[in-house]
Every structure is written in structure tokens, then in C-alpha cells.
Design a protein around this ligand. Structure first.
Ligand code: DX5
Ligand code: ZN
Length: 218
């Protein structure tokens, strides 16, 4: 599996989202990361399924939804209808994780579980058979532009040891840039979400290329 770069739309200019998506597609982005926040699970509000459905009509690369909401199950049918390729739900919000992951699969999307920085990676051990990817948060979820939490690298390595080969993707989200992309991919990450380091750059093509030069491929 080659390393994928997934720019996070949270750091884009919200007044011209279609143009912003076209820009990162031209720059060679592999997926578009969509941060859906409800103002309860995290202290910020972004957008929901109706906006995602409209964005999908402007996007050719796969949509990667990250649900930072108290009730992820309520959003799943509309996200599937919008054409979302994969969905990450937070382990901290899912009392019935197996049921939620089953719902995602039945709706035809890839299943991911997101872990806050303080949630033990071992808490996912029982859920490994039900997953296509794990989203390791390397900042506290809620906002773009925060500093990378350095312990995230060793968390990725522990998770990769637990998961074995690359059949299950490890995605890292938060503060990812050229200073940590090499260490994260050396530890076993296969997808890098990048908000500020891509959308905050004046030339997104150069920013994506710079990240790609840092990653360690198999
Ligand atoms: C934070 C979001 C991230 C965020 C990343 O809650 O989950 O996806 O957009 O942005 P940067 O790369 O700026 O930390
Ligand atoms: Zn995210």
C-alpha cells in the first residue's frame, strides 16, 4: 500500500470550496478529508451531510469523513447516499462500536475508528476484525492548526505492531507536516491527513509534493 495524502477541508477557504477541492485534486491529493463536528463532542461546528452531498458533486477523489459527533449513527445513511467512501467514528462516542461499524459496512463504506490522543491504542484490540482503518488523532480534535503531539509516533508504532501487516490502514490526523511525515510513515502510517500544511500553503501542489518527498514507502 503506498502512502496517501488526504488534505483536510477544514483549513480551506470556506467561501470557495469547489475551487479549493479542484486545487488539491490538481496537486495530486489522494483523498479529501471531511471533518464533521457537532459542537458537543468537540467545541466546534463545521458542516453536515447536505453540504457533503453538494461537495461530492465537485470532487473526483474519494471522500474520507471524520465524525466528531455524539451520535454518528444518525449521519451514516446520508453520508453513504452522498457517496462518501470511508467513515471514521470516535471510539470515545461509540458505546456499541460493533453495531456502528456494522451499519457503516452495510451502507457500503469503509469502516474506521478514531482515537483521541489519550485513548489507549489497545482499546481497539477487540475491534480489529471489523475495521478497514484506524484514525490516530495527533492533536485534540476540534480545530485545525494545532501543534503535533510527539507521542503520536510511538502510538502509531504500537498500533502497527498490534495490527500486523498493512491490510488495515493507519491514518494520522492533526499537525501533520514535513517535520513528522517521515517518522509517522516509518512507524507504519499509510495515510496522512494534512490541513494547514496543505491548504495553508499558497501553492498546494508544492505542499503535497513536499509531504510526498518525506514519506517512507515500502
Ligand atoms: C481536527 C481535525 C483535523 C484537522 C487537521 O479536529 O480532525 O482533520 O483539520 O488540521 P491540521 O493539519 O491543520 O492539524
Ligand atoms: Zn479530521
Amino acid at each position: 500500500m503506498t502512502v496517501r495524502i488526504a488534505p483536510s477541508l477544514l483549513s480551506a477557504d470556506f467561501s470557495k470550496l469547489a475551487d479549493e477541492i479542484a486545487d488539491i485534486e490538481r496537486g495530486g491529493a489522494d483523498m479529501l478529508h471531511l471533518d464533521i463536528m457537532d459542537g458537543h463532542f468537540v467545541p466546534n461546528l463545521t458542516f453536515g451531510p447536505p453540504v457533503v452531498a453538494r461537495l461530492a458533486t465537485h470532487c473526483r477523489i474519494p471522500l474520507d469523513a471524520h465524525l466528531m459527533v455524539d451520535d454518528p449513527d444518525a449521519l451514516l445513511p446520508q453520508l453513504a447516499e452522498a457517496g462518501v467512501a470511508r467513515v471514521a467514528v470516535h471510539v470515545e462516542t461509540c458505546v456499541h462500536l460493533h453495531r456502528t461499524l456494522s451499519n457503516i459496512r452495510e451502507l457500503g463504506m469503509e469502516r474506521g475508528v478514531a482515537l483521541n490522543p489519550a485513548s489507549p491504542v489497545e482499546s481497539l484490540a477487540g475491534a480489529v476484525p471489523w475495521l478497514e482503518f484506524v484514525l490516530v488523532m495527533s492533536v485534540n480534535p476540534g480545530f485545525g492548526g494545532q501543534g503535533f503531539i510527539p507521542e503520536s509516533v510511538s502510538r502509531v508504532a504500537r498500533l502497527r505492531a498490534m495490527l500486523g501487516d498493512d491490510a488495515i490502514d493507519i491514518t494520522v490526523d492533526g499537525g501533520v507536516d514535513t517535520s513528522n511525515a517521515h517518522a509517522l510513515t516509518a512507524a507504519g502510517a499509510k495515510t496522512l491527513v494534512a490541513g494547514t500544511s496543505v491548504f495553508g500553503a499558497s501553492d498546494r501542489n508544492l505542499a503535497i509534493a513536499a509531504l510526498r518527498r518525506c514519506v517512507l514507502e515500502d
